[in-house]
Ligand binder design. Structure first.
Ligand SMILES: C[S@@+](CC[C@H](N)C(=O)[O-])C[C@H]1O[C@@H](n2cnc3c(N)ncnc32)[C@H](O)[C@@H]1O
Length: 346
């Protein structure tokens, strides 16, 4: 079956794959919307759902563009939750992750594992494992590591990258493990993607044994993390920074050390500490800095998609020219300061 490239123009519609694994706004501003849609069902919803079924409230449109008749359901964007968007987003981005964010989140694997006191025989859970770098780092230290992620494409990618390790689908906010199962729980840059981060911290605390260590990392706020500052300034200058986005916790909530420590303590953990580290992204061009917004972020498209076409062009131009501040003799260096937060179960 071939997919037309013009699966577009459903406006404020979101499409749900047949297996119900995720949602994606169908938007002509995305480069290959049909491809994004295809990946929603994890195992390719379009194929599975043929022969096509007619859809209710967009039936007229499906008749006009019968190539989308493979979809089971279509719902208004306002019915799609932040969690739905996160999951479909990470499914779509899994293939790009290690080239973009993973190229520098990997730089703090050892710092996180050190704080979690991971060594030979440590039972480690890597929550929101993405492509599995923390679990793999723990395994290299002789630990017994398991990774979980709610995006099936991430789990598939992690298994492909590290075939000897265990990766499972799982929700950080409802871990499938018994209390006290792990000596250490680590979570690299998952916190700012959780719909209910306090619940995720409570779950991590629950599955730790007494004396077990919990470590998570988050990005510092735009005042310190210059990539975010560049993008946010461009949106403020050329677009509308107040566009409606699905209700979600503030992105940089845990970047405040006091808030992070208080949340760890509120979950019953003790000796909460935070430490800042600076990771370095080395994009090859200013275009790659722009590309990051759509290839390695789920939250930025929520701010960029609703902008007008002309505003978005100006925003991208502005990011591209602003990226010159990161230019060095050999390319580009974008510092990404991060906060590592740790605590221990009493
Ligand atoms: C920025 S990536 C981090 C990947 C990796 N841990 C790292 O340090 O590079 C965020 C990951 O969180 C996952 N995620 C988001 N919400 C989740 C949830 N509720 N449960 C499990 N995984 C979740 C996403 O699927 C994605 O793989």
């Amino acid at each position: 079956m071939s997919f037309p490239k013009n699966l577009i123009s459903y406006g404020e519609a979101a499409v749900c794959g047949v297996s119900g694994l995720g949602f994606q706004r169908v938007d002509h501003r995305l480069a290959f919307p049909w491809k994004h849609a295809m990946t929603l069902g994890g195992e390719c919803a379009c194929y599975k759902s043929f022969p096509p079924r007619k859809l209710s409230h967009i039936d007229r449109e499906t008749r006009r563009q019968d190539h989308i008749m493979g979809w089971e359901d279509v719902m208004p964007l306002q019915d799609v939750t932040f969690k739905d968007i996160e999951r479909s987003g990470w499914n779509r981005l899994a293939e790009h992750y290690d080239h973009f964010a993973g190229s520098f989140t990997s730089q703090c694997v050892d710092s996180i594992l050190d704080l979690a006191e991971v060594g030979i025989g440590t039972r480690v859970l890597d929550v929101a494992c993405g492509t599995g770098m923390l679990a793999a780092g723990a395994n290299q230290r002789g630990a017994d590591a398991t990774g979980i992620d709610f995006a099936e494409e991430m789990v598939t990618t992690a298994r492909r990258r590290h075939p000897s390790l265990t990766f499972e689908r799982g929700d950080a906010e409802a871990l499938q493990y018994a209390g006290g199962s792990f000596d250490a729980v680590v979570c690299g840059f998952g916190m700012l993607h959780f719909a209910d981060p306090e619940r995720a911290i409570a779950e991590a605390a629950r599955v730790l044994r007494p004396g077990g260590r919990y470590v998570f990392s988050v990005w510092c706020p735009p005042q310190k993390a210059k990539f975010f500052e560049l993008v946010m300034d461009a949106i403020k200058r050329w677009g509308d920074p107040e566009v409606a986005t699905p209700p979600a916790p503030p992105m940089f909530k845990f970047a405040d050390p006091a808030t992070a420590s208080a949340s760890l303590t509120a979950a019953g953990l003790q000796h909460a500490t935070t430490r800042e580290v600076t990771l370095m992204w080395l994009p090859s061009s200013a275009d790659e800095v722009v590309a990051y917004c759509y290839k390695s972020s789920v939250r930025l498209p929520l701010l960029l998609d609703p902008q007008t076409e002309s505003a978005r062009t100006k925003i991208f131009d502005s990011i591209r020219s602003g990226a010159e501040r990161f230019r060095t003799a050999s390319g580009y260096e974008v510092p990404w300061p991060a906060l590592l937060c740790s605590a221990e179960r009493p």
